[in-house]
Design a protein around this ligand. Sequence first.
Ligand code: FAD
Ligand code: NAD
Length: 477
Amino acid sequence: MVMGEIERETQVVVIGAGPGGYAAAFRAADLGREVTLIDSAPALGGECLHQGCIPSKALLTATHLQEQISAAQTMGIRVDGVSIDPAAMNQWKDGILVQLAKGLEQLAARRSIEIIHGHAIFTGSRRLRISDGGAGTLSFEQAIIATGSRPIHLPGIEIDGERIMTSREALQLRTIPERLLVIGGGYIGLELGSIYARLGSQVIVVELTEQLLPGIDRDLVQVVQQALRKHGVEIHLRTKVAGLQHQGQHVTVSLAQESGSTAALEVDHVLVAVGRRPNTDELGLEQTRVKLDARGFIQVDTQRRTVDARIYAVGDVTGEPMLAHKAAREGKVAAEVIAGEPAAFDNVTVPAVVFTDPEIALCGLSEVQARAAGYTVKVGKFPFRALGRALTLNATEGFVKVIADAEREVVLGVRMVGPNVSDLISEAVLAIEMGAQLEDLAASIHPHPTLSEALAEAAEVALERAIHIYHPRLKTR
Ligand code: FAD
Ligand code: NAD
């Protein structure tokens, strides 16, 4: 200990104040623990609030609205001269972040949680060193690691934060590129690529694998891919960046396709979005018994305990899916386990949403996964174009698909692509968690006219008693 530094003690220390960390801290405090929450960032909320979920959704909403206004003519609304003020849009977005971070600060204060802004490093299984703002040492009874993840960099491509960006810089909207190359056709590449395409950039997406959003059902991705192409986004699959040279305002890129052919293109900005890696390398974990897997993620059990009995880990540091709602649930579980409650991360499904236009949402098993798991499946698919509410919203692309066990008719999975499916998926999550059958979805009355009817309709299709779709094979009971 250096002279003049503070030596503190706490019952529970939480490192990282993102959705995993603050959920853990708040729950632990509510369960009567003395809690210290440490984050190296100046405000609470983590990557999700400041550089991820919230700013990206704010910009997606604003740019989607602009697009809707421009398309309002279809509905008999004449609008002239819609234009975008990026600085004002940025200001609106930043205002939301400030408001939410303030809310978290107040919620932490109400719970008497001690907040330290500094970088935490373990010096043992019961002690941390904090550098920066809150310099000193902290001994604890239990620690919860929630330090999140950061963008993966590609070898040979240096991120300068100006021309060559990660999602962090791209969400600042400093400039609207004329031609933007997006490396990686995953969640970030497509969400941020959509924002810039709507802002007027010519967006080129380069994806290494054979489809955008690898791992997500092909029929869902196909709908989004077509919509992106319709909006002028250029997509190169099975392609990687073989070289990149940056001079002044120009970035010259050479692309190499799996087939062996090559191409060159010139852009003015590049967004690198090829995945994220866990923040586990600068934590002093070698001073503890915490174990990492081959990719650097912390190994935990269903109670989010690491191998080191007093240390827990939640959120992105524990591996995929790297999603805020999974982090938050894990944070609550860890806090409850520490408080002696019989909690476990025993959720049947973690839903995923891609906020493209149309949106993709999914939970449970896909058709392929269900078959691979040994089920004989029954599938019901209902298109939004057959739904009154979708037509009145002028948003008819996409469908809802329900996958069920043919024998017991238990819902195994739901796949959605279409308008507002980010909200519609929660009913499917509840159905799966409760072991609902197709009958439960089909016979529950869904208000009309709403998009939610699509899920009940898809269940009716699976039960072969749909009325809004005619198929000679379908029969009424
Ligand atoms: P984080 O939110 O990453 O928080 C970790 C915190 O730990 C940070 O504040 C960091 O400063 C702090 N920290 C790290 N190391 C230390 C240390 N040694 N000492 C002190 N503090 C430290 N997920 C969704 O579910 N929905 C979305 O729509 C969505 N959109 C996204 C969009 C983008 C552009 C990005 C990048 C991500 C998005 N995500 C989304 C993913 C989501 O942000 C993460 O899954 C989520 O933030 C993980 O939460 P966490 O608590 O594990 O960590
Ligand atoms: P990702 O894993 O979703 O996508 C990365 C993509 O880059 C993949 O398709 C991969 O095949 C491709 N790729 C890898 N190396 C490449 C290369 N050299 N050249 C071309 N393509 C390459 O990762 P991401 O988009 O960076 O997002 C990171 C994580 O953040 C996501 O996995 C997700 O967990 C989270 N996130 C979630 C949301 C949401 O929930 N809506 C939004 C954004 C981010």
